[in-house]
Write a protein that binds this ligand. Structure first.
Ligand SMILES: Nc1ncnc2c1ncn2[C@@H]1O[C@H](COP(=O)(O)OP(=O)(O)O)[C@@H](O)[C@H]1O
Ligand SMILES: [Mg+2]
Length: 360
């Protein structure tokens, strides 16, 4: 089976690493000449709007999936005419736009931060008056790793901020004084069967994920599965979906969903019986889903800007390096390590050893 992937970054690369043993082959459409997934499949070097290349991709593969959600809606609609596309154009349309996404959560009775659609500085001033400060202004589309957003703390922060973010449609959100951030990686098959991985506790720095630790019997697991289940059903979703939550007042508030495999699920490659990458491919290909059970305690650390010395990373007990083969650059995710252990205290010590190797 040949899978077309829109986007050719590290997520596409890891999908191919998981799918190749299943007998799958891959073609990636990505406008970047140095797309790091290209080492593991064909690379169609083209813009996402290039209809000729999209046509060629559709002719050449059995189905199309995505490794990032900011694909133009027209691209997805165009491809859907010729080839099965999972997740659907509708799921992408909702998940790539923070206003549609939060409005869907609200309609489904899933708690969210207070939010308002912002089309102008006047909208922003009015929304700040009703939501209050602190608040977070985010571009509705194209934001990632904390890019395209700004925390507003004082009235001075508010003036001119709409222009600062590019005078594009935005969302204002109340700032959530969360006690923690967790994410739920879910997978739904074509026949509707749904499975969930254990909740993951995430630590961010400057909007970029640094550390994910898979939990054991998290008290909010059932609630998170209930919320995610509503979204999966609403979207008639096929594939892996990641759901980011804020933990607050002993409950959950929905932050965002990602219609794809997710950085906070990378631990599953070694830490779960079937990884998020394999399960995504199983789902979109119409194959039986794999077990989402943990195989022990598990964590993932991101390498931002540069990867520490390989010999030192893999010298840590049961530590597994994933090097993306990308050019090193400040603020860019260039690799990660997963760490496993039989017990949590040992895991924490292994995580500290890897953290000590990270320079930035
Ligand atoms: N409303 C909020 N209140 C408090 N912190 C927030 C809020 N929104 C975002 N953040 C912080 O910024 C991080 C990145 O924001 P997010 O909306 O998830 O965007 P991205 O698409 O960049 O991941 C979050 O993981 C969280 O740490
Ligand atoms: Mg996020």
């Amino acid at each position: 089976m040949k899978i077309g992937v829109i986007g050719g970054g590290q997520l596409g690369r890891m999908l191919a690493l998981a799918g190749t043993p299943l007998g799958m082959s891959f073609a990636f459409l990505d406008p970047a000449p140095d797309a790091c997934a290209a080492a593991l499949g064909e690379h169609l070097l083209a813009d996402y709007g290039d209809q000729e290349q999209l046509r060629q991709l559709a002719n050449d593969v059995d189905l199309v999936t995505f490794e990032f959600e900011s694909v133009p809606a027209e691209t997805v609609a165009f491809l859907s005419q010729f080839v099965p596309v999972y997740p659907s154009a509708e799921a992408l349309r909702i998940a790539r736009d923070r206003w549609f996404e939060k409005s869907m959560f609200k309609d489904l009775g899933i708690p969210t931060p207070a939010f308002a659609d912002i089309q102008s500085q006047a909208d922003l001033d009015a929304a700040v008056a009703s939501i209050g400060l602190p608040a977070v202004l985010k571009t509705r589309t194209l934001g990632y790793d904390g890019k395209g957003q700004k925390v507003l703390r004082t009235p001075e922060d508010v003036s001119g901020t709409f222009a600062e973010l590019g005078s594009v449609p935005c969302l204002l959100e109340g700032f959530v004084p969360f006690t923690g951030e967790v994410s739920l990686i879910a997978v739904r098959a074509r026949d509707g069967e749904t499975r969930f991985y254990p909740l993951v506790h995430n630590t961010h720095d400057s909007g970029i994920l640094r550390l994910s630790i898979a939990s054991t019997d998290h008290p909010l697991q059932a609630l998170a599965e209930d919320y995610a289940g509503r979204v999966l059903k609403q979207l008639d979703y096929v594939g892996v979906l990641a759901f980011e939550f804020f933990e607050v007042d002993g409950g959950l508030k929905a932050n965002e969903i990602a219609p794809r495999v997710h950085n906070s699920g990378h631990w599953t490659t070694e830490g779960a019986e079937c990884s998020q990458f394999e399960n995504h491919l199983r789902a979109v290909a119409g194959l039986p889903l794999g077990s989402t059970a943990k195989v022990g305690e598990s964590a993932m650390l991101n390498f931002i800007g540069e990867v520490p010395a390989v010999s030192e990373v893999i010298a840590v007990e049961d530590c597994h390096l994933h090097h993306y083969g990308k050019a090193f650059k400040a603020g860019r995710k260039v690799g990660h390590a997963t760490v496993r252990s039989k017990d949590r205290a040992t895991l924490d010590r292994q995580v500290k050893r890897v953290e000590a190797l990270i320079k930035n």
